[in-house]
Design a binder for this molecule. Sequence first.
Ligand code: ADP
Ligand code: MG
Length: 672
Amino acid sequence: MPLGSFPSESGSLSSLAQPMEKISVAVRFRPPAAVDPSPDRIWKVDDNRISLHRPLGTPISGVNFAFDYVFDPSYSNAMVYDLLIKSIIQAAIDGFNGTAFAYGQTSSGKTFTMNGSEEDPGIITLGVKDVFRRIEMTTDREFLIRVSYMEIYNEEINDLLSFGNQKLPVHESLERGIYVSGLREEIVNCSEQVIELLKLGEANRHFGETNMNARSSRSHTIFRMVIESSARDSMKCGDVSNADAIRVSVLNLVDLAGSERVAKTGAGGARLREGKHINKSLMILGNVINKLSESGKQRGHIPYRDSKLTRILQPALGGNSKTSIICTVAPEEVHVEESRGTLQFASRAKRITNCAQVNEILTDAALLKRQKQEIEELREKLQGSHSEVLEQVILKQRNDMHKSELERERLAMELEKERTKRAALELCIKDQQKKLEDLGSLSTSDYASVSTQKKGFATMFDDTSVSKGEVLRTPNFKPVGDDFVAKRSSSFMELDSSPSLEAFGNTDDEDLWMQLNKGCITDLDMLQVTPDMKCRPLPSFRMPHEPALDEDATTKICHALATECDFNKQQLEALREKCTIMESECTLLKDKKSSLLEALSLSKQENKLIKAENEELVSKLNEEKQKFKELKEDIQRFGMTFVGKTELQVALLTKLKAMSEKIKTLKVPCDV
Ligand code: ADP
Ligand code: MG
């Protein structure tokens, strides 16, 4: 895994589809700095709701928020950790990216939450200890942990573990995703080692004193753990497709610098400049959160690239990561407006959905096995024909589609870059070919004319006031326009004014060539950024010491140019090949996308059918229910009639008995 990068959302990483999930957002009130004798407004916390009230208890309308957790000052860092962060740490060990950060105005308790104190260790310390504790408990996997610690100060990234590493650039590549280049990473194997590194980093961090916080942090810090793991004994691993998989996850624990109002902090000079940078980057973070909280159609462009902070945290905000935000609030009335801003930020953040996935690097064989297994599982589920299962399938396909779209976009960007490079190279080669032709004819037919120009060449090396274009004015050697593309690097820019002849004695051939071709220099730096293509030095060639340029020297120049030309052609060829490969990859991705779309629509149709079947069944069920009801009523009626008839029979029987009694009594006098 590369230094300081999030596992990419594409490339060789395989991932198991996971449903979208909302970012967890908690609000934490720090204890009041002093008791306010007669506050005009007070914050009230009721369960996980926060509202603003007048002192007599009447709520102020419109200031009412709900969050996942609201921590009043009685909550310790350990309690906050248990409720909000612990699950992210476990997820990171299981292969998910995780991010937790504290946001809030200066002096609201961000650093207290993230770093803590001796008595109440913060989330970073608790997290580090928990990682190692959990790793020890996970006996069936082997782990490799690397840590880095950086700060963003005045919009520049500094390495807190290596004092010399300043102003580091952020890059993005297909394999590595977004990463900070040149960041030191330490392999660690116990929490004590990490805590020592954190202390070292803290000592390097930028602090400043403002009216509000005596030791206010003036930079955003990002503490990062990269957790890699693989099954301990792949042969014994039950699931054969997991045997070769390596899980790689990145855990970011971030302490942001606080937003501040200059009027309150009393900052000036360097503090003021820092404050402006802090506020700007927090504003961009707010913009990103706002955009992400909007619904899909309105969302549009997310300005991740507007600040280093949002660029680095990009996967944590609406991407492949499990994320928790702790918004810290100062409870005093004097801070009500800032607190309200923090709560609004928090409630918008609450609407963001991420799609965290287990990041696994698989060998091709394992990838194939895994895909087969997934297909098999899907088939089984489909045979079950449950609409819930189908929903899951649709969700997974959507995730896959989203991923391949991202990948396609990245490839398209790369392709575009390669095309631009190719165009520049082609231009350069054409020009060199032209010069080669010019020099070729110079060395043969026009050699006589060159002899007469020898003096001119000598002047070129001696007289800095004469431009090279003017001096090289031979019948076949056209002056090179100054507007030619090329600049190589600052060291070559210095050669713009013609140096003295002596200077050439110490200059290598490439430099000489460049001086002869004022400005017509291939952008070699640009070529070097193309992977797999190293710039080859030109063949050794030294300028003779005598001032005049003889035929031999011209031939050598020709030879050098021809070699370079060949080399450039090779590069062009390689670039072309790369372009072709990328184009075909692009096509493959498009195909994949369309097949996914097809599968999606098929699933939707099936879903519809199942729903229709369901509806039919439900209506049949209803009919049956109705029949049952009617039958029940019939039975009830019959029962009632039966009871009536029984009663009648009993009455008749009684009557009959009475009559027979009467008859008996009537018989007696007759006998007498
Ligand atoms: P921030 O990083 O937001 O600028 P700090 O974390 O430096 O603010 O906190 C400012 C002050 O408040 C510090 O003295 C800190 O010890 C104290 N503090 C902040 N939160 C708490 C808390 N939950 N419990 C006790 N003290 C706190
Ligand atoms: Mg702080």
